[in-house]
Design a protein around this ligand. Structure first.
Ligand code: FE2
Ligand code: FE2
Length: 383
């Protein structure tokens, strides 16, 4: 039986972090391996290899304010920036934003989110699938933009591990909210179901776990060799940071009764991803997608991992529900995760839902009464 336990703790430098601190100062210069559109290849840094890691997800630069937020970021060539998906549904804007990040940070890691795989109507008419778009995007990142999409050792001491994933409805194992009218199915609300297209047999599969399983299988081949190295480093206590766009465990999302869209958990996470994160057991796993600020430690299936979501979200979300979105300092830039001098960044006390579940037990099976802010959107069904 799965063991689940919550806690929020103040970060204390691990023995590995202490070793890493002692090693600071030995950053190596990386030579050029050929010219690309930004003059760099994936894995190649500007000057010294950074040992600081910062992270952000869901920058959604389709919103001009968000693209400006990216352009206004201060140069931080001494840091490695993790981008946990949902940069843009527009490929040109997505690439432009990735190149801006690449110019500002010494190293950039990226894994695509659902928005990043949306197709234009023209692409759909040409018969292109979202898997074609994924393959093109990963190739462009690695070969032209100098953006990392596979596990890699940063600064010779910190493993950063992107994990490809897609959501599936059976990830949601918790009781539905009943007795209310007007709660829409997630398929009607999320645009992925119209904007993504999958090739056969994935498109014909009645069970969407086939798609999630396919994405999980993409983390194979050369990736598996790097994964094994990262896992060995994790076992040895060295710093390992993994990241995905989607959620590895349903406990990282608020209970349905607290959500404006109580059917959302059917389209947020992957149990395949969860098993990978448990297998790797990194110190930190970064995720995105739900746009809820989160910074807490979860023990599940024997793996104790600190999970962080630092989503920029849309300007409207920041205006309407900043307290549930914010973590640390996303208004001014990606949040600190790891520093070769300082160790792991302190837990952010302002991440609302992780702070809530640090003191309130998560009991979705006992309480399915909608919270007041969600209830005002729906009508009680007649008895
Ligand atoms: Fe998003
Ligand atoms: Fe997303």
């Amino acid at each position: 039986m799965a063991m689940v336990g919550w806690s929020v703790r103040v970060s204390v430098a691990s023995p590995a972090a202490v070793r890493a601190r002692r090693a600071v100062g030995g950053g190596r210069a990386v030579g050029r391996r050929g010219r690309t559109c930004c003059g760099l290849r994936a894995g190649q840094s500007v000057g010294e290899e950074p040992v600081r890691v910062v992270a952000i997800s869901d920058v959604h630069v389709d919103h001009p304010e968000n693209m400006q937020w990216v352009r206004d970021l201060r140069d931080d060539l001494g840091a490695c920036c993790v981008l946990a998906g949902d940069v843009s549904g527009d490929t040109d804007l997505l690439k432009e934003a990735l190149l801006v990040f690449r110019a500002k940070y010494g190293r950039v890691f990226f894994t695509p989110g659902n928005h990043d795989l949306w197709l234009t109507s023209r692409e759909r008419r040409m018969g292109k699938s979202s898997l074609d778009k994924l393959a093109e995007l990963l190739r462009w990142c690695e070969e032209e933009a100098g953006v990392d999409t596979r596990p890699a050792l940063v600064g010779g001491r910190v493993w950063v591990v992107p994990v490809l994933s897609w959501y599936h409805s059976s990830f949601d194992t918790e009781p539905d909210i009943e007795g209310w009218q007007g709660i829409p199915p997630v398929e009607r609300v999320m645009r992925d179901f119209k904007r993504c297209a999958w090739p056969q047999p994935l498109s014909d599969a009645a069970d969407d776990s086939v798609l999630a399983e396919h994405f999980d299988g993409l983390n194979g081949g050369e990736y598996q060799r790097l994964w094994d190295q990262a896992r060995a480093a994790s076992r040895a206590g060295d710093p390992v940071i993994s990241f995905s766009h989607f959620l590895p465990h349903i406990e990282l999302n608020p209970e349905k009764r607290h959500l404006y869209l109580p059917t959302l958990p059917r389209a947020i996470g992957s149990t395949y991803l969860g098993r990978r994160v448990t297998d790797l057991a990194p110190q930190v796993h970064i995720f995105g997608h739900t746009h809820f600020g989160f910074d807490g430690v979860l023990t599940k299936d024997g793996a104790t991992v600190r999970y962080i979501q630092a989503a920029l979200g849309s300007p409207k979300e920041r205006g309407v529900r900043m307290p549930s979105l914010e973590i640390g300092c996303i208004e001014t830039g990606p949040v600190p995760i790891y520093d070769g001098e300082q160790g792991w960044a302190p837990v952010c006390p302002r991440a609302r839902w992780s702070a809530y579940y640090a003191v309130n037990k998560r009991r979705p099976e006992l309480n399915t009464e909608l919270s007041p802010w969600a209830a005002q959107r729906y009508r009680r069904a007649a008895a």
